[in-house]
Design a protein around this ligand. Structure first.
Ligand SMILES: NC(=O)C1=CN([C@@H]2O[C@H](COP(=O)(O)OP(=O)(O)OC[C@H]3O[C@@H](n4cnc5c(N)ncnc54)[C@H](OP(=O)(O)O)[C@@H]3O)[C@@H](O)[C@H]2O)C=CC1
Ligand SMILES: CC(C)(CO)C(=O)C(=O)O
Length: 304
């Protein structure tokens, strides 16, 4: 039975740092953070802090000779992915497993095109409240990693290996029966919540308290439901309602990652959400007026 001894993480931000901490604590010596020389210098000088504590991580620059990793985790933003893929590609060996924690439904394929699709498990993170400002990350809920094979995870040796690692490190996780449906569900959640929260500037509380905010989110989500159906993925209205239950468990003032980007004046991941919905809608002949409007509103705001 294979076991994971070496973990390379690309992206020591809000999501990445949260999991780096767990690996440092419970899988001591196994973690290296992969980054370009410039970032490594900046991190070594200024540190990266999680809940006020400096993360004592080992860094790996592209020029270093390094053996392939057992597990590579990618946790960068969408517009940083191409660069990250080039950094990790030389670190992929015959048996390397790759997990992408990016939101959206396409990062696995993007990484797979360069590194080999056979290395990827599908994954995402949900129920986290991690926030990054400069080199300071605050995270009180580490979230749940949902992961699995494209088809069936039952009997998958690599799913078992990742599950054992997460158990050892106290990382909450779930392996669903239908991973692709789960990916579409998370996509739907982000299309609705991240974009509506960015336009309205509202925290999770808005989605619990305001019927109008909820309805705006439903309108954006329903377009994903239609797209999913054309791809043979069945999402239902109850799946949208499940999102509101999750927001009820998060701090009302907590912000989606897109609202965090808007507040910090950073580029958003709108291409992952309304950008993808609009493109798929045009390809599949599904009208997506709500997301087309959200796309223009979010990009207009980015230009200001
Ligand atoms: N934040 C959240 O609550 C959640 C986020 N997600 C998703 O997870 C993904 C990551 O988001 P998040 O953690 O918030 O993003 P952050 O911006 O907080 O973190 C991204 C990190 O990647 C680093 N990075 C960028 N390019 C490179 C590179 N070439 N090499 C090494 N490191 C690099 C950045 O470094 P630097 O800062 O130095 O530029 C930054 O630390 C996104 O797709 C997001 O949608 C999913 C669930 C929840
Ligand atoms: C689910 C949610 C909204 C936070 O866990 C997220 O994925 C994000 O903020 O991008």
């Amino acid at each position: 039975m294979r076991s994971i001894q070496s973990i390379y993480l690309c992206g020591l931000g809000a999501v990445g740092a949260t999991y780096a901490k767990a690996f440092l604590e419970f899988a001591s010596g196994s973690l290296k953070v992969v980054a370009d020389e410039g970032r490594i210098e900046r991190y070594r000088k200024g540190g990266v802090y999680l809940n006020g504590e400096r993360l004592d991580v080992e860094y790996l620059a592209p020029s270093n000779e390094a053996p392939p990793a057992d597990l590579i985790i990618v946790a960068v933003k969408q517009h940083q992915l191409d660069e990250a893929v080039e950094l990790i590609a030389p670190l992929v060996g015959k048996d390397t497993i790759i997990l992408s924690f990016l939101n959206g439904i396409e990062s696995e394929e993007i990484i797979g095109r360069r590194c080999g699709m056979k290395h990827l498990l599908y994954s995402f993170v949900v129920e986290t409240d991690a926030v990054k400002a400069g080199n300071q990350i605050i995270s009180t809920k580490t979230g749940i990693v949902v992961f699995g094979e494209e088809d069936s995870s039952a009997g998958s040796e690599r799913v078992t290996a990742v599950r054992e690692l997460f158990e050892q490190c106290g990382i909450r996780h779930r392996v669903p029966d239908d991973m692709i449906r789960e990916m579409w569900w998370k996509f739907m959640l982000n299309v609705g919540a991240n974009q509506v929260s960015a336009v309205l500037r509202c925290g999770y509380g808005g989605f619990v308290q305001s019927p109008h905010t909820q309805e705006a989110m439903r309108m954006a989500c329903r377009e994903v439901v239609h797209l999913a159906a054309t791809r043979g993925v069945s999402l239902r209205d109850e799946d949208i309602e499940k999102c509101f239950e999750i927001f009820g468990r998060l701090a009302p003032e907590g912000k989606t990652s897109m609202l965090q980007d808007v507040d910090a004046g950073r580029r958003t991941e709108v291409e992952l959400f309304a950008g993808t919905v609009g493109r798929l809608g045009r390809e599949l002949g599904v009208a997506t007026p709500v997301n087309d409007l959200l796309y223009e509103l979010i990009l207009s705001n980015e230009e200001m």
